[in-house]
Ligand binder design. Structure first.
Ligand SMILES: Cc1ncc(COP(=O)(O)O)c(C=O)c1O
Length: 346
């Protein structure tokens, strides 16, 4: 049974003590011997890679044609020429037969929602890497199970899957943001997370939404590489990563089981630990509205980019990303699945 203030989705509140360990742990993305630098945001980490590669004479970016606008911005701002690899209906990046000037090229790869890259795209990455291109893996959707060992650089925004006020990593080059000052982004987002925690525990007013909006504005404005906050630095050494991953796996399974007799189905398969369970079906606009009416808030991955270079063809819109994170139980996701099953497509 759900309570009247039950909800799924939207920004993270402060993590439950039960998901922290008492000692200090090494985060999963630090498990190889590569140097790791920390930044406030994913776009700052990408800006640092862009600067670094530009100084080495690279200025051509090849990336999948479905992406978050904040991924492309640092490269577009730095004047890179940008080409796109097509993405199929089940979110597989299509192989690329020709790359002009591979030695001037960086290829950005992205495991959508945690699903490992398709073999045909991996084969293209290997071909063009051998010909001189460098590969940047954006691991934002798989920070709990990082992969693509062959990548030259690995980057992720941490606060999409982890309850942190800011943070991103870059591994593969020591590009620490030493000469930049931190902004107040983490402070404002942390205040929002704490206010939301109080609100959820019915101890406070619902002022967190305005604070989260303010934090997002600050993140968007802070494009120069700056160091991750000390609050996030502390948390990344204390999360119970195994448990965070286990909850996502069992929640995803519960959701899939609950929608098995519905008009909706998973849009991808093959992921172990997902950022979201992405579903597809006949009336996603109606389904989103139905879920919002029942306090299930699914983020839009991703709005069609408004600025900069754009891929040819229609922007994919046939997906709905359902949150499956550590805040929820199997019962919660079974209930979300029942809501999806009950929705009558129009
Ligand atoms: C896959 C991916 N990479 C990078 C980013 C940029 O991260 P940030 O918002 O921390 O700058 C985003 C933002 O949503 C993203 O979805």
């Amino acid at each position: 049974m759900t309570t009247p203030d039950w909800e799924v989705g939207s920004d993270f509140q402060v993590v439950d003590q039960a998901l922290l360990v008492s000692g200090s742990v090494r985060p999963p993305w630090e498990s190889n011997d590569q140097p790791v630098s920390y930044f406030e945001s994913g776009r700052q980490a990408l800006a640092a890679v862009s600067d670094h590669l530009k100084s080495q004479g690279r200025s051509r970016l090849l990336m999948p044609a479905f992406y978050c606008e904040s991924m492309i911005e640092p490269f577009a701002t730095d004047g890179w020429s940008i080409d796109f690899a097509a993405v199929s209906g089940d979110l597989r990046v299509q192989p690329v037969d020709a790359v002009e000037a591979p030695q001037e090229t960086a290829i950005l790869s992205l495991p959508y929602f945690g699903t490992p890259e398709a073999p045909e795209w991996l084969a293209s990455l290997a071909t063009w890497q051998n010909a001189g291109a460098v590969v940047i893996s954006d691991e934002t959707h798989r920070v709990l199970a990082p992969g693509l060992a062959s990548a030259d650089y690995r980057v992720a925004s941490l606060r999409k899957m982890l309850p942190l006020p800011d943070g991103a990593y870059l591994s593969g080059a020591a590009l620490a943001p030493s000469e930049c000052e931190a902004t107040s982004t983490a402070e404002v987002r942390l205040a929002a997370m704490k206010t939301k925690s109080d609100f959820m525990a019915r101890r406070g007013p619902s002022e967190h939404r305005a604070l989260f909006l303010r934090a997002e504005e600050l993140t968007e404005a802070a494009v120069r590489p700056a160091p991750m906050s000390s609050a996030s630095q502390d948390w990344i050494g204390r999360f119970d990563y195994g448990e965070l991953a286990r909850i996502r796996v069992s929640n995803a399974r519960a959701l899939v089981a609950a929608i098995s007799a519905s008009a909706y189905s998973p849009a991808q398969d093959g992921a172990e630990v997902r950022s979201h369970m992405v579903i597809t079906g006949p009336d996603l606009i109606g389904l989103r509205a139905h879920l919002i009416a029942h306090r299930v808030f699914c983020p839009v991955h991703w709005p069609e980019p408004q600025h900069g270079p754009k891929p040819a063809g229609a922007w994919p819109t046939s997906y709905l990303s359902v949150p499956i994170d550590h805040r929820y139980s199997v019962d919660d996701l079974t209930h979300v699945g029942q809501l999806i099953r009950d929705h009558v497509p129009s």
